[in-house]
Design a protein around this ligand. Sequence first.
Ligand code: HEC
Ligand code: HEC
Length: 334
Amino acid sequence: MQLRIFLGLFIPILSGLLAAGTVGAQQLLPLLPSPPVPLSNLQTPSKVSLGKTLFFDPKLSVNGSISCASCHMPKAGYADPRPVSIGVGGKRGGRNAPSVLNAAYLDRQFWDGRAGSLEEQAIGPLTNPVEMKNPSNRSVVERLRKISSYRRAFQEVFGGDVSIDHIGEAIAAYERTLVTPETPYDRFLMGDMKALSPNAKKGFLIFKGKARCVLCHSGALLSDQSYHNLGVPQTGTLAVDVGRYAISHDPADKGKFRTPPLRNVALTSPYMHDGTFRTLKKVVDFYNQGGGNSGFKTKDPLLVPLHLTTQEKNELVDFLLSLTGETALEKNQP
Ligand code: HEC
Ligand code: HEC
């Protein structure tokens, strides 16, 4: 099965790349139809269905008010349309919630890369004081054990009682179905030259060329999955956000954030780690002026003024709009 998918894609990918061209070592690739699945947590339909129920269930939070979907809203591309998220009791977090769509392809989770697997990530929000605010993992497990439909479902899927690991595994299995391959852009890379509008095609050339976006937004997710400081103005609840430095403790990482994937970016306004920009046009204007100044001396030297014309900026935005998965919304609504 895996092999067939691989061979089926290989030849179109190669010809698509030759046609589309690449800049330097930065490769742009179509998204594989399915993300990697760990052997310790294989996908089954009943596990995915349990994970979906958990994802949308506010009973996961301490007072029954907040579910994962409260901050990762299907109608907002599984991201949060508010600049920073609001958890139990109206507590405001410090960062903008990224989309869960295609998170299954990421090596590490969060703006600062502090979680590895989706299984590990999914447990975090349960006890986060500005998210679901449970006093302990144990208290969540005990609450779910009192609900007979959950007891039955965990028994059926895992052959055992509700446990924190199984909660994480079921949610992660569901998240591995929240993927959006086969966008117009993917079809274009695989050789369908008509998949992109003429303007989006021009925007693609600007993305790879004059605007230099591909220097960081590369690979199938359009992210190098590395950390950079663009000098994004810090707005919102936090006065200062040191970013990756809080995890690595390397002063060179101060103010650096993971390059976000750009897939479905049309759906996930506002933008940047603090949700400071409302529109893609504002993001492009920010890059056009050479980024900003956040006070940290780690600003990426790759950012320089771009001298894009108004038309070029519009074409670049048109290209970003082609990264939206058509099936993302309707397929996955509860
Ligand atoms: C109160 C709002 C809130 C709730 C509830 C919440 N999240 Fe999040 N989520 C966020 C924010 C904010 C971030 C980014 C935090 C950071 O990077 O420091 C995030 C990050 C993530 C990421 C990482 C995505 C990436 O691109 O790195 C995943 C996956 C995720 N959440 C899944 C979940 C799941 C599963 C649940 C339920 C168990 C959940 N979230 C509950 C706000 C929330
Ligand atoms: C030096 C690496 C680098 C370059 C070059 C770069 N980006 Fe980014 N991009 C990032 C990082 C890092 C962030 C997150 C920064 C933050 O939140 O502080 C980001 C954020 C974004 C976002 C917001 C996405 C979201 O989900 O919030 C968009 C859109 C974007 N970039 C588009 C572009 C475009 C278009 C270009 C070319 C004009 C470009 N980027 C060039 C690294 C880069």
